[in-house]
Design a protein around this ligand. Structure first.
Ligand code: TYD
Length: 141
């Protein structure tokens, strides 16, 4: 499928393994096993001040899986026509975001950690930071 054609219907919540014991839990993630791409970069957002929002951009090619490794936050995905909001609050659930989708993150709980598994290294030219430009990329405008 063309990268620009992905919609909110292509979003998938991935159930990651949870290995439980009395002394705590482990969630492993492995390329091509739990994660449908090869992870080239991991980053995490933390110390997010109350009321702050993040994101507000799209990606042309990047695939990402977003996990609330601690605490909770909301992630709203927009394909230029429809939007869907997910409340992430489990460290063993990942939201798989295909390319060509706009995302906004908000409502971070205190101490929240937003863990992101990404299919490519950081590349500013893969970002679309202007919503009008995003609509043009999606051939909507
Ligand atoms: P950005 O992706 O816009 O953050 P968010 O979507 O969480 O609001 O990145 C914020 C800044 O951090 C920006 O200047 C680019 C830089 N950055 C990197 O240098 N490497 C990375 O892997 C990421 C994700 C961001």
């Amino acid at each position: 499928m063309e990268l620009i054609n992905y919609t909110v219907d292509d979003l998938v919540l991935i159930n990651l393994p949870k290995i439980q014991s009395r002394s705590g839990n482990i969630t492993p993630v492995q390329n091509q096993i739990e994660i449908p791409f090869d992870i080239k970069r991991i980053y995490y957002l933390y110390d997010i001040p109350g009321g702050e929002s993040r994101g507000a951009h799209g990606h042309k090619q990047l695939e990402q899986i977003v996990v609330a490794a601690s605490g909770s936050f909301d992630i709203t995905i927009n394909d230029g026509i429809t939007e869907r909001t997910f409340s992430l609050n489990r460290p063993y659930i990942g939201l798989y975001i295909k390319p060509g989708l706009w995302r906004d993150l908000s409502n971070f709980s205190s101490g929240a950690i937003c863990l992101v598994l990404a299919s490519e290294p950081y590349n500013e030219s893969d970002y679309i930071r202007d919503y009008d430009e995003f609509l043009k990329f999606k051939l909507i405008k």
